[in-house]
Write a protein that binds this ligand. Structure first.
Ligand SMILES: Nc1nc2c(c(=O)[nH]1)N[C@H]1C(S)=C(S)[C@@H](COP(=O)(O)O)O[C@H]1N2
Ligand SMILES: [Mo]
Length: 266
């Protein structure tokens, strides 16, 4: 429809056009305001996070800003609370297991001399017991295949055998120690080390493992004794255990120090 001269106001718009224009302007104004407010809020949040103190348990963590670690830890607590610690990881028939399981990670296992190996168990700060592989092999053996999962993005069904950590605790009268919150393990040279929360250590599928694919462990798979913990990622499955100890504090953990989740549950 042609604009009639009487409809056109001083700004050269019809009333209807002017109405639309002021509406758009108001909308533009409001969205700009929202954007500015949002940006300010984001900046404030970032600034607060940036200047937040770093977490303080330096040996067991990666120096993340405290609020971020609070979220990570909260996730960990949720998982600990929601996941039944005795829920079993799926197991598979032996024939489904890889005959030659993949090898990953050589920290703390490059030394070839393991003839004099014994497992050191720190019962307290003043008492350490030493246990030979032959002695451990006399305890009841547990074997199963499960899907081993590495955080680097591969997984594989493999078949393991050894003594349940919970059987080991009972046999060596470590029930009092097992009331503490964590088990710490490290290689004989201390180059690789992990901490495991006690409910996960006492889980019925957690093994002090000496066999893979029905044969004694090769050096690359962690001979003579390694941890197999199917409820956690590969990083927690420490190869070649030199020493094992109990603690109410989080034991040092190699990958947690580099920023990975301490719990690393599946
Ligand atoms: N001593 C030691 N244990 C270790 C590692 C390592 O580098 N050194 N790597 C871990 C990682 S990241 C994975 S995925 C598994 C791999 O176990 P595998 O070599 O038997 O497959 O071992 C874990 N245990
Ligand atoms: Mo891994």
């Amino acid at each position: 429809m042609e604009k009639q001269p009487e409809d056109i106001n001083s700004q050269g718009f019809t009333d209807v056009e002017l109405y639309d224009k002021t509406k758009v302007n108001r909308r533009t104004f409001l969205s700009s305001l929202t954007f500015v407010a949002g940006s300010a809020l984001a900046y404030w949040g970032w600034d607060k996070l940036y200047y937040a103190p770093k977490e303080t348990i330096a040996d067991a963590t990666a120096g993340a800003r405290a609020p971020l670690r609070q979220v990570l830890d909260a996730n960990g607590h949720v998982f600990k609370g929601v996941v039944d610690p005795n829920l079993l990881a799926p197991t598979y028939p032996k024939y489904k297991a890889a005959p030659k399981p993949r090898v990953n990670g050589y920290l703390g296992i490059t030394d070839k001399k393991i003839d004099n190996w014994q497992l050191n168990v720190n019962k307290s700060t003043s008492e350490t017991i030493q246990i030979s592989l032959n002695e451990l092999r006399k305890l009841p053996k547990t074997e199963f295949a499960f899907e081993f999962k590495c955080v680097e993005g591969w997984s594989q069904i493999s078949y393991w055998g050894g003594v349940k950590f919970s059987d080991f605790v009972q046999h060596y009268n470590l029930t009092k120690q097992a009331q503490m919150a964590y088990v710490g393990l490290h290689t004989p040279d201390k180059k690789y080390y992990v901490g495991i929360d006690m409910p996960s250590a006492m889980h019925p599928q957690t093994l002090l493992c000496y066999e893979v694919s029905g044969k004694l462990l090769s050096s690359e798979h962690g001979a003579p004794l390694r941890l197999i913990i199917p409820t956690k990622y590969g990083i927690k499955n420490l190869k070649r255990i030199g020493t094992l100890f109990f603690s109410n504090e989080r034991p040092p953990d190699y990958w947690a120090e580099l920023g990975y989740d301490y719990f690393s549950g599946l």
